[in-house]
Each structure stands twice: as C-alpha cells, then as structure tokens.
Design a binder for this molecule. Structure first.
Ligand code: PLP
Length: 440
C-alpha cells in the first residue's frame, strides 16, 4: 500500500497541528506511525491522499447512516448553499426537522438544536440541575458523553486494580484541568448492575439531579444492557426523584428509528442526539417532554449558541430522516441487517481461525474484542479482559487490505445503507486473512 503522500502530509502537519490532526483519536495514538489522510468519500468507500481505497466501517464515528456524499444529501445541500449558509435566526427547516423528530420519538414533545453531542450533553446536565435544584450527576464507568468537564470522569479503560471496589468506584478524571468541583459533583457507578445502582441511589438520590447513560455502551466496544436493566434503572430514578437521562448521541437514529428508547421501551426525561442526526454535518439536539424542555424557555436554564440549528446541516438532517424512514423505515432495517450479518460472520471467521475474537453488536454498531471471555457484559470485564493491542493489530491488518476498521481500540464500527453484499463479503475475507496472519 502506498503511503508516501500521507507521510509527507503528516510531516507538514506536525509543524502546525497538534498530533498532526484535530483529535487525539485520529492521530498517531491510534494510527501508527502516522494516520492516512483522507481525500474523499462516496457511499461506503473512502480514498486517501495516496489513492488507496477503503470500505469504510468507521463512518465518522457513526455520523453517516447513509454513507458518504449520498446523492440526496449532495442534491439538497447544493440546492440550498447558494441561498445562505447560516442566519442565526429561526428557520423553516428547523421546524420541519423538529416535526419529523417528534413524530418518530413518542417520548419527545420538544427539541432544541445544538451542534455537537458534547454541547447537547452539557445542556442536558444543566437542565437536570436547573429543574431539580440538585447538584450531582450520576454516570457510569466507561460511558463517554463528550468532553465537557462535568462528564469527563471514568470514561477510559484503566487497569482493573485502579478502579476501586465496585460498590464505590474511584472517580478517575480523564483529563488534566478538571476542577475538584467537577469531580465532586460527578458520581460514578458500575453499569448493568441493578443492585449497585439501587445502593447508589438510596445513599445519594437526594443530591443527584440526573442519571445519565447510553442505552447500549458504544464507547467500550459494544455492550448491550442486560435484559430488564434499563427499565429497572428508569424505575429507580422515578422512585428517587432523579431525572432519567438517555444519551442517544450514538444510538439515536441508528439502533432503531426511535433510538435506544424505542429498542428498550423507555420513557427518558431528557434525551440527547448528535452523530447520525446531521448525516455528516454538526447537528445535535436536546429533547424531551414539555415539562422538562420548558426549563430552557427564555434562558431560565441557559442554552445559547451562534451556530445552533445550522441551515445546511438541518437540510441534511431532514433529508436523512425522510430517506431512512421511507418504506416503513427500510433504511434503519437495512443498517441493522448489515450490522447483524457482519457480527455473525466475523464471529464465525474467528471460530474458523481459532482466534479469541468476540464480536458484539447492537443493531448496526459492532465491535471485535480479543478476549478469552465468552461475552463482555460491563466496563470492568472490558478493562480486565480485552486485549487492545491485538485489536490494534487486527484493525491495521484490515486497513492494509482496504477495509477501514476504526483505529480507536475501544470505539464501535458501524454499517450504513450503502454497504453492499460484496462489501460485506470482501470485509469478511479480509478478516479471515488478518486473523490467519495473527495466528502465525
Ligand atoms: N455522547 C456519546 C455517547 C458519544 O459517543 C459522544 C461522542 O463520541 C458524545 C456524546 C460527544 O459527541 P461529540 O463528539 O459530537 O461532541
């Protein structure tokens, strides 16, 4: 594989960009010795500056349910761009997109648009505090909700010996620069464990504004909830007067038309969306029932933003919602079926080659973990038993064969509507080759 142009760009980039790019996840930490610099994408394919072609299963960390430069998205954006990129005024397309969302989400009466998942989550937490008058937030180990100080605690894999007792996990700051106050106000619990959650809420419920979580973990491989766990969590929140906040930044408009709330039959008080919603444009949203959303009316709980509700992004979002929902939500069914097939066949290849790779999925999100466990049911199992170096080796061997699996060792891979059966077959063959090479 030719890499001269990427290497040259990396050398230039290192003079002017930290780590040669704009997020640690994209740089040499995950792509050694330098990342491939991408030039363009079409459908499920991407090309780098050396002309290498890849089948893309990373899909911008989940931002592209319809793949790259889908003709419908290109058409609407080209049509609208000449009429202005941004107004920072109310827009017709803002109303239309919110209407589509509310129709797809029975638990949502109102929507407020933002740009990124991080901003949306920051606002969700502020709303919870404003509504309840309580100060603390309860989150789970290994659940990532963006890089806002108040939620940047215990999100990364850590040596199991550093995590503390599961009944009282140690809160681990994921960045320098967090104040002691952020850590003090952010409580952490183990996920997928009803008893631990009940104990935590019984002790601290009076001071907790909200419990925030993903419905299925997408940032520590893919870990589904245990049957009944989420419903019980919701019930416990109601019992302890704690707002139940589902962060659907990844799962929203992906694992089902109504996200994890639909998949697991939940009625969250606060929901946040991002990623898939903008189909590649930065569009995020905070949403919920009227009595919750009214907290941000007239800046009572403040939510501002010059770039909120970006016009072109909203046209992309509206088009994505319409296209994916066509023919009784055929787009959503398609990405789920592809994710299921990839998971099943990758697991089969692992068995055939005698490798300890286990692939878990929730619909279109899937992730291979190298482990001797039969299944990963929580963050602590992931920390203790996932061989991240082996995943790095596997994903590099996949990319060497033109199949782009995420270089980030803990993030999910995903399907889009544009993956073909041939893409799946080629990717499975590449996985077989990669695993065979690893066995040698
Ligand atoms: N919430 C979850 C569950 C996420 O996975 C992410 C990003 O990966 C975020 C929030 C933050 O979103 P963004 O990267 O758009 O700020």
């Amino acid at each position: 594989m030719k890499t001269e142009n990427s290497e040259q760009l990396f050398n230039r980039a290192m003079e002017v960009l930290v780590e040669g790019c704009s997020s640690a996840s994209r740089g040499p930490m995950n792509y050694k010795p330098f990342p491939p610099y991408m030039r363009e994408g079409k459908g499920a394919r991407i090309w780098d500056v050396d002309g290498n072609e890849f089948i893309d299963w990373q899909l911008s960390f989940g931002c592209l349910p319809m793949g790259h430069s889908h003709p419908k998205i290109v058409e609407i954006v080209q049509e609208k761009v000449a009429g202005g990129t941004h107004f920072a005024t109310a827009l017709e397309v803002e109303v239309e997109t919110a209407e589509l969302m509310v129709n797809m989400l029975p638990h949502v009466d109102k929507v407020r648009f933002a740009n990124t998942g991080t901003e949306a989550c920051m606002t969700g937490v502020r709303m919870a505090r404003g509504i309840t008058g309580k100060r603390k937030v309860l989150k789970f180990e290994g659940h990532y909700h963006g890089w806002y100080d108040g939620l940047l605690v215990s999100t990364n894999p850590q040596p199991i010996s550093t995590l503390g007792h599961p009944n009282d996990p140690i809160r681990i700051p994921d960045s320098s620069g967090l104040t002691p106050g952020s850590l003090e106000d952010t409580l952490v619990c183990v996920w997928n464990d009803e008893v631990a959650l009940e104990r935590m809420l019984a002790t601290h419920g009076h001071e907790i504004a909200c419990l925030v979580m993903e419905g299925a973990m997408s940032n520590m491989g893919v870990i589904p909830p245990k049957p009944g766990y989420l419903k019980r969590a919701q019930e416990l929140c109601r019992a302890y007067n704690v707002l139940f906040y589902l962060d659907e930044t990844v799962t929203g408009f992906r694992v089902a038309p109504g996200g994890a709330a639909e998949l697991y039959d939940l009625q969250p008080d606060i929901v946040t969306f991002g990623k898939a919603l903008g189909q590649g444009f930065p569009v995020a949203a905070i949403a919920g029932p009227d009595h919750i959303m009214e907290s941000i009316e007239y800046g009572k709980v403040l939510h501002y933003g010059s770039h909120n509700a970006p016009r072109l992004g909203l046209y992309a979002a509206k088009t994505m919602l319409e296209e994916m929902s066509r023919d009784n939500f055929a787009g959503f069914h398609k990405i789920t079926a592809i994710g299921e097939q990839m998971t099943k066949r990758l697991n089969q290849v692992a068995r055939d080659t005698g490798q300890n790779m286990r692939v878990q999925n929730v619909g279109s999100m899937f992730h291979p973990v190298f482990t001797d466990l039969d299944a990963i049911t929580g963050y602590r199992e992931f920390c203790a038993a996932a061989d991240l170096a082996k995943y790095a080796d596997f994903s590099q061997k996949m990319r060497d064969q033109g199949v782009f699996f995420s270089g980030n060792k803990i993030l999910h891979n995903l399907s889009c509507t544009e993956h073909t059966q041939a893409d799946i077959d080629t990717s499975i063959e590449a996985a077989g080759n990669a695993l065979e090479q690893m066995a040698r």
